[in-house]
Structures are given as C-alpha cells and as structure tokens.
Design a protein around this ligand. Structure first.
Ligand code: SAH
Length: 397
C-alpha cells in the first residue's frame, strides 16, 4: 500500500467531517495537486494540522473520495474491511434468514462506512460495484475480506468508474464458481431472472422491493396498470401477480421486450395476456390521449436523466410535466405511483413538483403512502444525497 498523505481541509468542511459527513468534496481540499494516486489514503487535517479523519482518494462525479475512519490509529488493511463487512452483514442478519427473499443489498456504500462500494447478494452470489478507480485499488483486500466473512457460490463485479461514471464492459467474474445465468432470485416470493455477467444492470432494481410488494398485495387487483420506463417489467410482474386485469409495459430499449417476457415467464404468467411496448414513453402518452385510454394505475419510475431521439428528460426539471401526462390518462379515483431515484432533491421538492401538476390540471389528490430506501440500503444520516429514493402512492379524487 502507498503511504498515507496529509491533506488539509478548508475550514467550514472540517466541522462537517467531525460530525460524520463522509464525502471529500472537491471544494473541501485546499491543495488538490497532492492527490495523484487513486486509492491513496489521505490523512485529513484542519488548518491547524489537527487530525480529522482518514479517507481514500477516488475520483467520482461526487468528489475526491470518501472518509473511511475518524480514528487516527485505525489502519486501512484487510482487517479494516473485514470489520466493516462484519458489521454490515450483522445488520442484515434477518435478510439472510428470510427464505422468501433471496436478493438484497449487503453493503451500501457510505451508509455502511465505505463510499464508492456497494455489494448485493443474489441467491448465493455476491455482486461488487466499484464506483472509482480509488476503491477498486482495494479490490484484493476487499475480496479477501468477503471470503472471510461470507460463504458464497461466486463473486461478480461491475466497474462503474470510467471518466463518465459509466459501466465498463468486462467479463465481470471475480472468484468462486461461475453462475449459469439467468439465476432465479426470490423477492417476497416473486421470481426474478437475474444476470450478473451481462452489462451494467442485472434485471432488477433491489431498492423497489417494498413498492413492488405493496402494488401486488394492495393495489393491483382487477386494475388496468400502465408501467412506464418499465425496463424488465418488474412492477408489471408484481401487478400481474396481484391480480391486475391487464398490464401495459412501455420502455424504449429494444431489449426490454424480451426481458419483460422472461420475467413474466419465470413467474408462470402468460405474457400474451399482457401488453409490452417498445416505444418512447412520451409518444405513448400522446397515443393514449388520442385514443382516450385510461388506466386505473399508472407507474412512473423514470431515470434521473434520459435522452431519446425527440425528448430529453431530467427528473429535477421535468417531473411536473411527466406527472401531468400521467394524470391525463389515469381514471377517476385511480392511482399514480410516482418514483424518483434522483438524490439531488428531497421529498419536499418532489411533493411540490407533484402538487404543481395537479394544480395545473385543476384536480385534487391524496398521498396515501410514501416509501424511501428499504432497510438493506442502509443510509448515512449525514449524507442526504445518499437517501435518494422517493416513492409516492397518489390517489386521484
Ligand atoms: N422502473 C424500472 C426501472 C427503470 S430504469 C424498474 O422498476 O425496474 C429506466 C428505464 O427507462 C430504462 O429501461 C430505459 O430504457 C427507459 N427509458 C429512458 N427514457 C425513456 C423514454 N423516453 N421512453 C421510454 N423508456 C425510457
């Protein structure tokens, strides 16, 4: 390992780190020229040279690295990572016991004490996601720590640290045995086909587990359901299993159709009774309005940013408009499930954007349920952006 380098932190930031703020932002560091080797351990000090914390240098869109410990004596070695993993596994002991759910997050970045690293469990396999070359520099130690903490069939990884923070195409296998994909994981007894060796995404977003269950158990029965930005159709599957009259899944990615058929099929649902459309959601809204289609439930779970041929969408700017489109095709007393994974704004602003859409429509509504990240996505209370997921179940009046 490289030796630790002293890095001075500017004044207002020092206090934040002392309270537990985990991200080393670009603005916090006085002399960025010092930082040359990704993965190097930085000893952060205040302007008087007093120790604040140890962090690692790893450039990510979010900053220059993450705090690892506020204990000056603590050494960043394999034992350090083993202690972190032991705590995070302990926190999820009940998830490992639950036979109806076999996919969940076991390590959630800064929430579990190491920003830039997440670990997900998929029925005997672990998936490591690295968000910077800096954290990737600790790979050997972290994989060894995982071996000493958990039993597994195999380990895969996603490298998400090219210059744009995007996924880097790779074989993705790390150690253990290779899986035969898809593997079928369970989530509250629903089945999902998962691929750990096939691009950036696995087929399911684990953070929506509670929302899927709620749709299945309480809202879908005998309803017509429109699932927009549907990806592999996970919400449609939940709705169909909950007895929906019909689901319509809309996503513009060509692969989404085969992927959605697969998710229906592994749940013994006949996909021919469902509608799957490969098209731009915004074109679909126009089509639905023209044909006076109405749905009992509309699910909105867009990416934070999206660019298609005709439209760009940014959740922070355009959610009101998206919501207005949804309101226009939701039946009286129908339900809209509005979700965003954008951490740059909070629940208050999200509710304001939604309220504005109803104001402009002159319609009344009631928020009947709110969801945030589930407990396995353990958050750091000092780091608001990490608490990104916001989901509202909205009843039209
Ligand atoms: N709701 C999904 C996850 C959505 S991921 C789930 O719960 O699993 C975002 C998806 O939006 C991607 O599959 C992407 O192809 C799709 N997408 C982005 N822009 C779109 C657009 N304008 N129209 C339709 N789909 C879009």
């Amino acid at each position: 390992m490289q030796k630790e380098i002293m890095v001075q932190v500017k004044e207002p930031f020092a206090g934040e780190f002392r309270k537990g703020y985990p991200l080393v932002a670009k603005e916090a560091v006085a002399d960025q020229e010092l930082l040359k080797i990704e993965g190097q351990v930085m000893k952060l000090t205040d302007v008087h040279g007093r120790f604040i914390a140890k962090a690692y240098y790893g450039e990510q869109n979010k900053g220059l690295g993450w705090v690892l410990t506020r204990d000056e004596e603590e050494i960043i070695d394999q034992a350090f990572f083993e202690r972190k993993l032991a705590t995070s596994f302990e926190r999820r002991a009940d998830f490992f016991e639950d036979t109806e759910t076999t996919a969940f997050r076991v390590f959630h970045g800064e929430g579990d004490g190491i920003g830039g690293l997440t670990i997900d469990y998929y029925d005997g396999f672990y998936l490591l996601s690295w968000y910077s070359a800096g954290i990737y520099a600790f790979k050997k130690m972290i994989v060894a720590a995982l071996k000493n903490t958990a039993e597994f069939k195999g380990v895969y990884e996603k490298k998400r640290f090219d210059t744009k923070g995007q996924y880097m195409e790779d074989d993705d296998f790390v150690t253990g045995e290779r899986g035969e994909f898809p593997i079928i994981v369970k989530e509250n007894s629903m089945n999902f086909a998962v691929y750990l060796n096939d691009g950036a995404m696995t087929g399911i977003f684990l953070d929506q587990r509670e929302v899927r269950r709620q749709i299945r158990d309480h809202y879908a029965y005998e309803k017509t359901v429109l699932n927009t930005f549907s990806y592999t159709g996970a919400f449609s599957v939940a709705a169909a299993l909950g007895g929906a009259m019909k689901t319509t899944s809309v996503d513009l990615a060509k692969r989404s159709s085969a992927k959605t058929i697969e998710q229906f099929s592994v749940n013994a649902l006949d996909y021919e009774n469902q509608e799957i459309r490969v098209m731009d959601v915004f074109n679909y809204f126009d089509y639905a309005k023209k044909n006076e289609l109405k749905f009992d439930m509309v699910i909105l779970d867009p990416p934070s940013f999206a660019r298609s041929k005709k439209y760009t969408f940014s959740a922070a700017k355009d959610y009101t408009k998206l919501m207005k489109d949804a309101i226009a095709i939701t039946s009286n007393k129908g339900m809209i499930v509005a979700s965003t994974n954008n951490g740059s704004f909070g629940m208050k602003k999200f509710k304001e954007m939604i309220d504005k859409a109803f104001q402009e429509h002159g319609k009344r509504y009631m928020i009947v349920e709110e969801y945030r990240l589930p407990r396995d996505f353990h958050i750091n209370r000092m780091f608001k952006e990490g608490d990104y997921l916001k989901v509202l179940f909205i009843r039209l009046k």
